[in-house]
Structure formats: C-alpha cells, structure tokens
Design a protein. Sequence first.
Length: 545
Amino acid sequence: MFLPEFGTYEALYREFSWQIPPNFNIGRAVSDDWAVQHADRVCLEHFSADGRHLSMTYGELSAKSAAFANALTALGIGRGDRVALLLPQSFETVIAHVAIYKMGAIALPLALLFGVEALEYRLSAAGARAVVTNEFGLSRLEEIRPRLPALEHVISTGPASGAVHSFTSLVEAHPSVFDVAETGPDTPALMIFTSGTTGPPKGALHGHRVLPGHIPGFQMVHDFLPKPGDKVWTPSDWAWAGGLLNALLPALMLGVPVVSSPAQKFDPDMAFRIMAEMKVRNAFIPPTALRLLKSVDRPLEKYDLVLRSIGSAGESLGRETYEWVKATLGIVPNEFYGQTECNIVLGSAAHLGVTRGGAIGRAVPGHRVAIIDDEGREVPAGVTGQVAIARPDPVMFLGYWNDEAATARKFVGDWMKTGDLGRQDAEGYVEFFGRDDDVITSSGYRIGPAEIEDCLVGHPAVKLAAAIGKPDPLRTEIVKAFVVVADGYLPTPALAGEISNWVKQRLSMHEYPREVEFITEMPLTTSGKVIRRLLRDRELAVAAE
C-alpha cells in the first residue's frame, strides 16, 4: 500500500500494486502498531496561542484510546454502532476516533459549525447511539436530544454533569489495554456525510480499507513523505474528509506528527504563525484558505517557515493561486482531487514533474480515472465529460447509509460518477470545470464556473468570488459574479465594471460576468467549498418576486 520511490511518474503508476492486509484495523494502524516499538515517539502536537504547546506520544495515544474503548464498551456500545464526534481539532478527537475503530464501531465525525437542524438530521439518519462533544457542542445538543431516541449517551470533553458523562473520568476509570476487534478491509469504520451542495446530505460509509487507500495519494502529493523532520498541519476541520483523510489519519499511520490548532475562523496571519512556530513541513491547505493567505504581505519576511510541501483540494485551485503560491512561498502547490465517496484519485507531484497550473494532475497510482459520457463510455482526449473512477477501488465508499437507490444512481456500469465536469488531455492531465449542476448555459455555450472564479480572484480587489448562471430570456443564462472585496477596496459600481472587464479581457467575450454583486460573506460548506446553490436560489427568489 506504500508508494515506492521511483524517479518517474510513469514507472510509479506502472509498478504500483495494492497490498492491503486481510485483517486491517485503522485504530491499530495509527496507534498500537507504532506504540509497540516507538512508544515515546511524538504523534500529536497542539498549538496554543499563549505558546504553551502540548504533545502526545504513540504510547499515550494507544493507552488512552484503549481506555476509552473499554469505557464505550461498558456503556453498551458495540461493533457496528455509530458514535458521533462533535469536536474541534484536539487530542480528545483523535483518542475517540482511534477507540471507535479499535472496537469495530463506526465513527461519525460532525462539524461544530453545524446548526441544530443539520446536527439533528445527521444524528437521526445515522442512528447514533453516543456522541462525544465539548461545552459548545453540548449547547447545540440540548435542544435536539429529546428528539433523538437512539442517542443514549452524551460524553463531554469539558464540564459534565447530570446525564452527561465526563470524557476524562471515563478514560481514567478504565484499563489502558484493549483487545482490538478483528476487522477486514470492508468492515464499516467511518461515515462522513456529504456536504449537501446538491440535495440532502447522504452518509457515505467507508470500510477500514479507506485509510491504506489514501496512502499513495498522500505520499505522492507530499513528495514521498515520510522524510526526516516531516510534520503535518491543516486548517481544515477534522470532521471533513479533507482534514481527516487528507491529513490526520494518513500522517499518523506513516509515523508523522500532526499539529492540531484551536477552532477559529480562518486567520491568514495566525495560519502562518502556526506553521512557523510549530515547524510544519507538510500542509494541506484548501484553495479558499490559500487565496486568503494572499492578504499577508511578504510572508517569508515575517515568518520563519520550513514548509516542504503544500497539498490543496476541495475545489479548483486555479492558475492564479497556483502561481501566487509558487512565486511567494517558493513551493509548487500540489493540487489533488477526490470526493467524500472516493478521495485522492487524481493528483499533482511537482517532484515527479507532474504539475501544471489550472490542472488537477494525473491519476494517482492504484486508481483508474477517466472522463465519461452519460452512458458511461470513455470520451477522447480533449472532450469534456464527467470525471469517473473505476471500481473496485480501496478509497471508494461501501455505499450510502440506508440508501441503496442513491448508491446505485452513483454508478454507471463499473464507473463511479462524480458529478464533476472535466477534460483530460493526451498526457492524462485532468482539468476541472465544476459540478455538472453548476455549469452555466449562455447563448449556446456551456461554461464552467471554476475558470471564471480563478480569473476573478486574480484581480487585486477580489478576496473571494463565485460565478453562477442567472436566468436570462435572451441568452438562457448570463454569468453573474458574487465578490467579497479585499481589504482597502470599496464595493462601487466602477469597481464592478472594472472586475467584469478584467475577465472579459483575460478569458473571452462569452465568459465574462455581465453582473457583479458585492457581498460581505461567501456561503461556504464546512469543508470550505463555495455553495453556489444558495446563490442561485437567491437569484431565483428575487426573480420570482
């Protein structure tokens, strides 16, 4: 399952083969396997703004996760039960994850940013029997707990009283040795709900094989990590597949320390401070966060960075941001691609010469990716179609929780449809255009929003941008841009015209936004993706008035 260090991408792709053990368990792989001979090896570090940083070893992680697994067992939680994790990046989050996997139960990570309705929907749909949360999460659960009959236990990592268990007390009261459940690659381990950008969220269920399935892509993006001194950090919420599977779990499995940081609204200066102070060598930073980093002037003069690799995924990185990272930070960012259902299947690797601004990259070793038409047929190079992944594939989900019909609709033959439009060239590079339902139809042209948004953020006055199709009686749709202005700029009609003309001059006459609306905040999913659907719905509501 590990990536051999070949000198060329072609040799790497050709020679790689999967070797996933028949009795694989995520919990054992990220803690006990290391603790046996390297108990004192640091696996986690936590950044504190006051400088009093914390650390945890593999030996401590192994012992504490075993104790928590015993505690959950004593509460009646067993194999296959769903245990929700409503927590920020923290040591307790990792301990809980590892304990759940060791038991053969199913982890259900949830973002603290979710409102009560979103939480109720996911906890109810999953039938969660227990939830581990903090003081903030308790306040969210208080209103909905009476409507969740399956939810028997609430465990708090902070203050606890009454019917709420104390996480610390449970760990301290139980033995630090646990007999890890026998699990195979297809044993359910993890359920992550899709972001819900297109319809109600669905629980994507993954087997224990999902972790080794991520290793080749993770190593490819981070220049054959692990290497001496490597250390991983991401601002992404560990409740999202990006934070959990693009950073936390693969790093722990490979023996690389992971830095956690307090939950906060993304702050570019703080992000640079964390990376500098904690000596982060390998960062996973989604495109939106990378664009926000541009607001920090001359960061290398202000911060002593030791970054070796930057991976980015979640939405299109774009040529403008790619070039900024390269010029400003001196690192070629490696873009990669995947979905909650099937992650890190396309990627870049600058160290292997696989890098191109505006393109995601090429197929990660071990995965077969193609562009297909509506009937599931591969289309020729240069033709736009839907990005698809062939099954079987270790990172591919087992199915949607309690929804066989939705699972079946995700496939055409042996291709898993992503719903994302792309185009592949003769070398295998894939260019991403956006979700099929995000495509704008204007005057007979089909326009992907990603290229427009990439061009928009190249304007110095644009901090964040989104492009949608606005209904138009003459052209079917026109391109409309929503813009959050950068600091120091005023949202004036003159600036709107300047931004529109900027795109017209750089892209084409049919792709420029005929309308530019300034907004104070961009609607984003918890994983940092722009929710264009909300912007489209708003336009339709205005048109209906």
